[in-house]
Design a protein around this ligand. Structure first.
Ligand SMILES: [Zn+2]
Ligand SMILES: [Zn+2]
Length: 391
């Protein structure tokens, strides 16, 4: 797990913040901690952190990956912060111009080599399953929309037969160097070439199939095999089924987020299943037998005489199979619960009265819960739930 700070926390916005709110908060905080105006030793680190948070949250696609999979999701997506601080901090005015004027050319999401081949973006899809489908595994056909390499131009963006030519603005370098004099010294700032977007090449005769993009939006049906044992929130990664890479880069991955419906009888705890068995007082006192439903079929449960309310019985290995290890399974736990009838017949009433009177003669010692205790327990029940001090 990453110990990086939450991007929303860094920007001081809620998880539901609009792009405008994110932009506004970033602008305010960037001014506060820009190393030109803030000379405290933490400012530099804060500014970098802020830039990284904004880079992700201001991009709808990266933000979605971050929301679903956190820092780790971005890492596996090949994301590395696209700010190049090695060449000094951007000037405040440049900073805002480049951030609010459309950004840094090709998305930095492809990771290293922003000016060369780029790995395609990861994409995500949700799959909903019934409880038993999650236990047994399932097949699903999902519709995904992603960008794929344009076939006619083979991803070059140039019309078939022609090719890209070196950009004259940057001399094919893809970057423009600018040295500025400030009160604290020279800063050399390297920015991607605005004409070729840092690629170093421009297409003079764009491919008409993809308008020179090299990639086209495509809808695809994919068959997904969900393994037995998945749970609500399980994420499956299907390699190379994400978006196509750019300039010969590898494709991204497809992440499948599993959603599982609740079961009316079974409650799941990891690979264990818990169910309840309602019994009457005579059944608990005298013992009985019951058929118990498990995910693996019906099991016979012997309830011995004198079983207490709430007692738990275990069927070992009758729980849910461990993902990709079908021979390992969790347990099924049955908790017995006494059922007190709300309506009884006259005959039942007479029998229970007899039983009560008989018990009263037999019981020589009776124990009462101390009055104090009951009162304080009642008070606790009536207390409103405690508010989380952090929220
Ligand atoms: Zn094309
Ligand atoms: Zn250029």
């Amino acid at each position: 797990m990453s110990n990086k700070r939450d991007y929303y926390e860094i920007l001081g916005v809620s998880r539901s913040a609009t792009p405008e709110e994110i932009k506004k908060s970033f602008r305010k905080k960037a001014k506060e901690c820009h190393p030109d105006t803030n000379k405290s030793p933490e400012a530099e680190a804060q500014f970098k952190e802020l830039g990284e948070a904004y880079d992700v949250l201001s991009d709808a696609q990266k933000r979605q990956v971050y929301d679903n999979y956190g820092h780790d999701g971005l890492k596996s997506g090949g994301y590395s912060p696209s700010w190049d601080f090695a060449s000094g901090f951007p000037d405040l005015s440049d900073l805002f111009a480049s951030f609010f004027g459309g950004g840094f050319g090709p998305s930095g999401f492809g990771g290293r080599g922003r000016y060369g081949p780029q790995r395609g973006n990861d994409i995500g899809v949700e799959v909903g399953l019934e409880f038993m489908e999650a236990v047994r595994g399932a097949q699903r056909e999902v519709d995904i929309s992603r960008s794929e390499t344009c076939e006619p131009c083979q991803g070059s963006g140039a019309s078939p037969g022609s090719g890209p030519t070196a950009c004259t603005t940057c001399g094919g370098q893809g970057q423009i160097r600018q040295t500025t004099q400030t009160i604290i010294g020279h800063f050399t700032q390297i920015t991607p070439c605005p004409r070729c977007q840092g690629i170093g090449q421009v297409v003079m005769d764009p491919c008409s199939w993809c308008q020179g993009q090299g990639r086209r939006a495509a809808n695809k049906k994919l068959n997904i095999t969900v393994p037995a044992g998945v749970d609500e929130g399980t994420r499956l990664r299907i390699g190379q089924e994400g978006e196509s890479g750019m300039m010969g880069g590898p494709p991204g991955d497809l992440y499948v987020l599993i959603r599982v419906k609740q079961h009316p009888q079974f409650q799941r705890d990891g690979y264990d299943v818990i169910s309840r068995c309602l019994l009457s007082y005579p059944e608990l006192a005298l013992g009985c037998e019951r058929e118990i439903e498990t995910v693996d079929g019906t099991e016979r449960l012997k309830i011995p005489a004198g079983t207490q309310n709430g007692q738990v019985f275990t069927f070992k290995g009758k729980g849910i199979p461990v993902i990709n290890q079908p021979n390992r399974r969790g347990n099924h736990y049955v908790q017995v619960e006494i059922q007190i009838p709300s309506k009884i017949s006259g005959q039942e009433k007479r029998l229970l009265e007899q039983l009560r009177d008989l018990n009263a003669q037999v019981a020589t010692h009776t124990t009462h819960a101390p009055k104090q205790d009951l009162k304080s327990r009642l008070k606790n029940w009536l207390k409103p739930p405690e508010l989380n001090p952090q929220s």
